[in-house]
Design a binder for this molecule. Structure first.
Ligand SMILES: O=P(O)(O)OC[C@H]1O[C@](O)(CO)[C@@H](O)[C@@H]1O
Length: 256
């Protein structure tokens, strides 16, 4: 593993494996929580951060990290899935992370995809993030079309938390978690790009060759709503932790 400065001030860490990527991210999260136990974390779902959560739980057990004052805000949730639906992101977070640590359930925030008034739910979500003092550390995955959260291509960069229509590509990519592609919800609530960009630190994870193009667009591409992750080039403290396959299209001088 090695550190390289990316385009502009983006920090790029390229790892040899998914496991190494996950451990590197888990250590950063653990350090944040250990030294600021009242941290506000922005958390991601999807398959990418799964092993990071597992590693973070291992570190938690080893050095007795205290999560009881941590406040968490997840990036997104499907509209129409209840918390106890196994495909909901609420369920994902409980199963893969929250039930293994001593986080206070009252401090967990995930958009409510069953809210009667989705517009109000979104506005309330942003207000809660503000009231918590903003996000200290935001973990991100990236979609094959360079979406972050559920901010699909051609999103407005100034959007805060809002309801989104999912792209056909995203629906197809996420169908693997559902019995049938037609079961994948077509809408979701997502933190907006502005919400994400206001986080003090952003760590984006990507692994596998199917993410190489998206990683290239995020790091070196033109800053454009057509590739939502490209806006991260304007963030003052962003770290990309990517495995070798996901880094394949990056310029050689960025790769160790
Ligand atoms: O990690 P995965 O499963 O490849 O998903 C990538 C991205 O897609 C989403 O799951 C939404 O489709 C994001 O939350 C995630 O960052």
């Amino acid at each position: 593993m090695g550190n390289r400065k990316g385009c502009e001030k983006m920090q790029i860490i390229i790892t040899d494996s998914y496991e190494e990527m996950s451990m590197a991210a888990a250590k950063i999260a653990a350090g944040q929580i250990y030294f600021k136990p009242s941290s506000v974390l922005g958390l991601a779902t999807g398959s990418t951060p799964l092993l990071m959560y597992k590693k973070l739980v291992e570190i938690y057990k080893n050095i007795d990290i205290d999560f009881s004052h941590i406040i968490s805000f997840n990036l997104d949730e499907y509209i129409g899935l209840a918390q106890n639906n196994q495909q909901s992101y609420y369920y994902f977070m409980q199963e893969n992370f929250f039930r293994h640590i001593n986080i206070n359930i009252d401090n967990i925030h995930i958009p409510n995809g069953m809210a009667e008034d989705i517009t109000k739910e979104c506005a309330d979500y942003d207000n809660m993030i503000k009231a918590a003092g903003g996000i200290d550390l935001q973990i991100l995955g990236i979609g094959q079309n360079a979406h972050i959260g559920f901010n699909e291509p051609d999103i407005k960069f100034e959007a805060t938390t809002h309801a989104v229509e999912l792209d056909n590509d995203t629906i197809a990519a996420n169908a693997r978690f559902f019995a049938d592609e037609k079961d994948v919800p077509r809408r979701a609530i997502s933190m907006g790009i502005k919400t994400i960009m206001l986080a003090k630190k952003v760590v984006l994870l990507a692994n596998g060759s199917n993410k190489a193009e998206a990683v290239y667009k995020a790091v070196c591409g033109k800053i454009t709503p057509a590739a939502p992750a490209s806006i991260l080039q304007l963030h003052r403290d962003v770290m990309m932790i990517v495995d070798r396959k996901a880094s394949a299209l990056l310029p050689k001088e960025l790769c160790n």
